[in-house]
Design a binder for this molecule. Structure first.
Ligand code: BV8
Length: 236
C-alpha cells in the first residue's frame, strides 16, 4: 500500500443504486422500461424529442429527491483526506458525489443538472423540465437538450482521464457492469500500464477478469471498508 500515491476511481450506476436511483441493466433497470436507441441516441432525439426530453425530465426531477449514501460519503472523505492524486471518474449523470462533498469528480457522460444549447453551445445550470422548450439563458433560442453523452457521442474529457490513468498507481472500479465503452476499457488500459486494479461491485462485471482483485457486495458496505483500509495504509 505504501507505494500507492495516485488513484483513479471509476463509478457507475451501482454506486447510486442504494440511494434509490435506477441502474440501467439490473432487474427493473432503465433499459427494461425504455429502448436505448429511442431515448439515449442523437437519432432517437431527432425522431422523437418529446419522448427523450420527457425521459430526462423524469430522471432530473427524481435525482433531486434522493440523498448520497455511505459509498458517496466514504469517497468524499477519501477525496478530502488523500494527499496524493485522486480522480473520481463517474459515468453517472446524478450529482450525489458532489452532494456528499467530493470535489475531484469528472462526469464523463455529462450531468442531469445542466441544459446544453444546440444553438450557442452554452451549458447552463438546470433543475427544471426541458419538454416545454424553455429559452436558452444565454442566447434565448429554444434549442436546449440534456447535457448527457448519448450512444455514438464522444464522452467528455477523455484526454484528462487517460492522462490520470497513465499517472495512477491504483485503478478502482465501483458499481459498473463494464458493458459500455470506452469506460469499460479503462481497466485494460490501466492493467497494460502496470497499474494495480480493484473492483468493488455487487457481482462480477463483464471486465472482472482484468482486475487483480474483485470484491462482491453492496457499495455502501464495500466502499467505506476499502476507504478505511486505504486511509490507514492497510489497503491492497
Ligand atoms: C463512443 C449517459 C466514440 C446517458 C451513457 C467498443 C466495443 C463495442 C461498442 C462500442 C465500442 N466503442 C464504442 C461503442 C459503442 C457504445 C457502447 O459501448 N455500446 C455498448 C452497449 C456495447 N459506446 C458509445 O457509444 C460511447 N461513445 O464510443 O464514442 C468513441 C470511441 C472511442 C473513444 C472515445 C469515443 C458513449 C457511451 C455513453 C452512453 N451514455 N449514459 C444516460 O445516463 O442516460 S452509458 C450508461 O450505461 C452509463 O453512463 C454507463 O456508462 C453505462 C453502463 O451503466 P452502469 O453505470 O455500468 O450501470 P449498469 O446498470 O449497466 O450496471 C450497474 C452495475 O452496478 C452492475 O454491475 C450491478 O451489479 C452493480 N450494482 C447494482 N447495485 C449495486 C451494484 N454495485 C454495488 N452496490 C450496489 N448496491
Amino acid at each position: 500500500m505504501a507505494d500507492i500515491r495516485n488513484i483513479v476511481i471509476l463509478t457507475g450506476a451501482g454506486v447510486s443504486a442504494e440511494s434509490g436511483i435506477d441502474t440501467f441493466r439490473d432487474a427493473g433497470g432503465l433499459w427494461e422500461k425504455h429502448r436505448v436507441e429511442d431515448v439515449a441516441t442523437p437519432e432517437g432525439f431527432a425522431r422523437n424529442p418529446d419522448m427523450v426530453l420527457g425521459f430526462y425530465d423524469m430522471r432530473r426531477a427524481a435525482i433531486q429527491t434522493k440523498q448520497p449514501n455511505a459509498a458517496h460519503e466514504a469517497l468524499a472523505r477519501l477525496d478530502e483526506l488523500w494527499g496524493g492524486e485522486l480522480l473520481i471518474v463517474t459515468q453517472n449523470v446524478d450529482d450525489l458525489h458532489e452532494r456528499a462533498g467530493a470535489r475531484r469528480v469528472l462526469h464523463m457522460h455529462g450531468t442531469h443538472l445542466n441544459a446544453w444549447c444546440t444553438a450557442c453551445d452554452v451549458r447552463s445550470p438546470w433543475t427544471g423540465p426541458l419538454i416545454d422548450r424553455p429559452p436558452c439563458p444565454a442566447c434565448g433560442t429554444n434549442a436546449l437538450r440534456p447535457d448527457v453523452v448519448w450512444f455514438g457521442e464522444m464522452p467528455y474529457e477523455m484526454e484528462r482521464i487517460y492522462a490520470s490513468i497513465r499517472r495512477a498507481d491504483l485503478f478502482v472500479s465501483i458499481g459498473t457492469s463494464g458493458a459500455v465503452y470506452p469506460a469499460a476499457g479503462f481497466v485494460r488500459d490501466a492493467r497494460e500500464l502496470g497499474v494495480r486494479t480493484l473492483e468493488l461491485n455487487l457481482e462480477r462485471s463483464q471486465g472482472s477478469h482484468w482486475f487483480h482483485e474483485s470484491r462482491q457486495g453492496p457499495a455502501t458496505q464495500l466502499v467505506p471498508t476499502w476507504v478505511e483500509e486505504t486511509l490507514t495504509g492497510l489497503g491492497g
